[in-house]
Design a protein around this ligand. Structure first.
Ligand code: GAR
Length: 210
């Protein structure tokens, strides 16, 4: 069984999707063993508590810079014996001291079709606002590995939604979460835990046949 550590900052609906999938038996070969939050007020912490999952708060505001914050997160990941780290609405870019220590072992969910509307500054509702301002007709979410560059690691899964003429950032966020994020994040986590993701030339290939 792989130890899955989930990093959160806010509402934690993606964490909930992972918890529900685990309860249904849809995460094969892995178990959520710890939740780490960058924010002591995150509702995600309540979700962990309600489901008897241990949680740790490492407040970003207690650290002077990204490096010292990332060092603290890295120490906790080691303590937790993390096999897989899932960034589920984690709003902080981790320093390379973490990403280099866990190559192809950190999975992020980004609420757009990478390489569009991604990178530093693109998070939460800002992503959907940018997509609507551009006028794209399709958006979605990307589940990808995390490397040293923001939102630039190998793509594991992507899913799309159509954009309506009267779409708002809020309706688009909800549509993408319900139709893509909450389905594909647990799926990617299960694929990882079952060793069904292969890396070749920096790209991820998923074995969907089994
Ligand atoms: C989700 O839409 C997630 O994709 C996004 O923030 C939301 C968190 O919701 N993440 C990012 O923008 C990271 N770049 P949640 O806390 O309810 O899972």
């Amino acid at each position: 069984m792989k130890n899955i550590v989930v990093l959160v900052s806010g509402g934690g609906t993606n964490l909930q999707a992972l918890i529900d999938a685990e309860k249904r038996g849809d995460i094969k070969g892995g178990k959520i063993t710890c939740v780490i939050s960058s924010n002591e007020d995150a509702y995600a912490l309540e979700r962990a508590k309600q489901n008897d999952i241990p949680s740790v708060v490492i407040p970003r505001k207690d650290y002077a810079d990204s490096k010292s914050y990332s060092d603290a997160v890295l120490a906790e990941l080691k303590k937790q014996n993390a096999d897989l780290i899932v960034l589920a609405g984690f709003m902080i870019i981790l320093d390379e001291c973490v990403t280099k220590d866990y190559p192809y072992k950190i999975i992020n969910v980004h609420p757009a079709l990478i390489p569009s509307f991604c990178g530093e500054g693109f998070y939460g509702l800002r992503v959907h606002k940018a997509a609507l301002e551009y006028g794209v007709k399709v958006s979605g979410a990307t589940i990808h590995f995390v490397n040293e560059k923001a939102d630039a690691g190998a793509i594991i899964l992507q899913g799309t939604v159509d954009i309506a003429n009267d779409e708002t950032p809020e309706t688009l966020q909800k549509k993408i979460m319900e139709n893509v994020e909450w389905k594909l994040l647990p799926k990617a986590v299960s694929l990882f835990c079952e060793d069904r993701i292969t890396i070749k030339d920096g790209k991820a290939y998923v074995d969907l046949e089994v």
